[in-house]
Design a protein around this ligand. Structure first.
Ligand SMILES: Nc1ncnc2c1ncn2[C@@H]1O[C@H](COP(=O)(O)OP(=O)(O)OP(=O)(O)O)[C@@H](O)[C@H]1O
Ligand SMILES: Nc1ncnc2c1ncn2[C@@H]1O[C@H](COP(=O)(O)OP(=O)(O)OP(=O)(O)O)[C@@H](O)[C@H]1O
Ligand SMILES: [Mg+2]
Ligand SMILES: [Mg+2]
Lengths: 164, 159, 159, 164
């Protein structure tokens, strides 16, 4: 299983619909300071159901919507789609799984799997059953590499329990 | 539940030691229970001994050593409960050139098993990528993405 | 006391704007009182608008932009109340190559007025030094210091 | 005024007496990870009278004493001397000002100016009167570059008051 591409539209600094194709082994994302690299990281964390705004560097969930620039007005919607190549439950062929999340200025999110609206709980169940155990340490944000060391002993224990 | 936790604990400890030695070229690393008498509740802490130095709590290591120890612990967790991908946002920022090379050796093993996505400013790291994604802001405030060949990075990206 | 504070506040604000524009090649930076009605007690906050982007609280900037904004604010404080030296421990770690050059231009102005000590892994930064100090641990756990010429850095330091 | 050299002996990883000569304009300190660069920064912060162990990355003040390696035993004393070139209060010649701090395993420190023992309060007065206004932002530790941004509004105000 791997992410084949991520499509961002109106999410943070991605005013225009942008598709980022990823390689199944090693992809590097490069660019000058402030160009939007960490926003891609936030987008992946967000589309997978992240509920805490601070984990995507925002004060509230509506803040992920493109807020405008000197030349463009703010948008009313942010949408991210993650396309996963997951082995079919039934065999060896691969199937594409498209997970989408949208948010409006009220902060309310909607989730879709292959264009069908689902509840967040359904999405998380699906990810788990498809063997997509996305743990809390799958995405390590900028400056957070040492976060596993600075956790309290009880939190470190939870990491081990999570992987049990 | 206890048997499963203990089993996982032992495996994470073994792998933490293995990856730490790989990254530091020796030394000892250990995951310790804070209270052996109470394995069901006790918190855990990480200790490390870089080659030739004394054993200490990981937070007393230097900036670069802490980044390497974190990477060793993270990959140890992955080896016990694999997730489909790992995304590291400038995880190589604090490392000197020699440690970047060791980090990249570890990544080249990991990428055979799972998908890895690295955000980086380090040239050596970029050179290892199968796919290189450049992010630019030709129009200020609006991000765009271009797919790059490693050779193009320097002209196209004004890095 | 109020007159002195207000005077200093205005000067820091002006210099924050000046150094921010220098480092970002434009844009606007501002130190704001959180409560104009109560200048004797009110806290302050920093806002920034990189060129072509919108104005926002400095904590919403990217990693590299935050490092640059901090440097601008620090130097603004220095310009109002000069201290004999400034020591920065890997202050250039989050910066891309273009911003390292701008940072070094600012440092080359500052070094004319005060003593600057930079701990760094960045080759460009090292090349600017008048004196280059190499720290090594030939015997594990014991630090030693050697004085280096810029050319010697790569062989002697195994960087 | 500038620091002409710093001499460390038994401070953190500096088991052997080491003199670090600094240039009066720009000095760069380089070396592999874990070799002792940030320990030099801690030594300067410490000799200038730092009272909080966490500001020199320690849990208590005795922890700055060389704690031994696989081959060497721990020491019983740490000592740092900062040699400053300060303009004489009376004129243009430069005078050398040597500030020394020692600590023993009990955590008790002694301070000396040009080899004469002084109280901490005397040292701080001297630094101030010699125009050596060492502000809280003269030394920015590793990973702390953003600390001026993450301070609370009241703390940022203090920075401005300090420089008034
Ligand atoms: N909702 C939003 N609308 C528009 N722009 C936004 C929004 N949220 C964040 N941004 C902008 O995105 C930019 C930051 O992008 P990001 O943090 O991804 O940069 P980066 O490429 O990771 O840079 P660095 O190399 O410095 O870490 C900031 O300049 C910020 O203003
Ligand atoms: N009291 C002590 N006695 C002996 N060694 C110590 C003591 N305190 C810290 N150290 C050691 O000093 C080393 C750290 O040095 P320091 O933090 O200066 O490294 P650095 O050169 O800044 O590295 P980096 O480039 O990774 O930031 C650690 O390995 C630590 O074990
Ligand atoms: Mg970033
Ligand atoms: Mg350091």
């Amino acid at each position: 299983t791997h992410i084949s591409e991520i499509v961002v539209n109106g999410f943070k600094s991605f005013a225009m619909r942008t598709a980022v194709k990823l390689h199944e082994d090693l992809t590097c994302v490069v660019g000058p300071n402030g160009c939007g690299k960490s926003n891609i990281c936030d987008a992946i964390q967000w589309v997978l159901g992240e509920q805490s705004p601070s984990h995507v560097r925002s004060q509230n969930m509506a803040e992920v919507i493109f807020a405008g620039t000197a030349k463009r007005k703010a948008y009313g919607l942010a949408e991210v789609t993650l396309v996963l190549n997951a082995p079919k439950a039934t065999g060896s062929e691969k199937e594409k799984l498209a997970i989408t999340r949208r948010v409006v200025p009220t902060g309310e999110s909607t989730y879709l799997v292959n264009d069908k609206t689902v509840r967040l709980r359904d999405l998380l169940d699906l990810l788990n059953s498809a063997g997509l155990n996305i743990s809390s340490y799958s995405i390590i944000g900028q400056g957070r590499i040492e976060s596993v060391l600075t956790m309290r002993p009880a939190e470190k224990r939870l990491l081990i329990e999570e992987s049990a | 539940a206890l048997a499963r936790f203990t089993d996982t604990f032992v495996k994470v400890n073994q792998n933490f030691q293995k990856y730490f030695q790989y990254l530091f070229g020796g030394g000892v690393a250990e995951v310790r229970m804070m209270d052996d008498a109470n394995p069901l509740e006790a918190g855990i802490e990480l200790f490390a001994q870089p080659p030739g130095k004394r054993t200490q709590h990981v937070l007393l290591l230097s900036g670069g050593e802490r980044a390497l120890a974190s990477i060793a612990f993270l990959i140890a967790l992955f080896s016990v409960s694999p997730s489909p991908f790992l995304i590291l946002d400038e995880g190589d920022a604090a490392l000197d050139d020699a440690n970047v090379e060791r980090f990249l050796e570890l990544i080249s093993r990991l990428r055979k098993e799972i998908q890895v996505i690295l955000i980086t400013h380090n040239r050596r790291t970029m050179e290892n990528a199968s796919t290189l994604i450049g992010v630019t802001m030709d129009e200020p405030g609006c991000s765009k993405v271009v797919s790059l060949n490693p050779g193009e990075v320097w002209e196209k990206m004004k890095l």
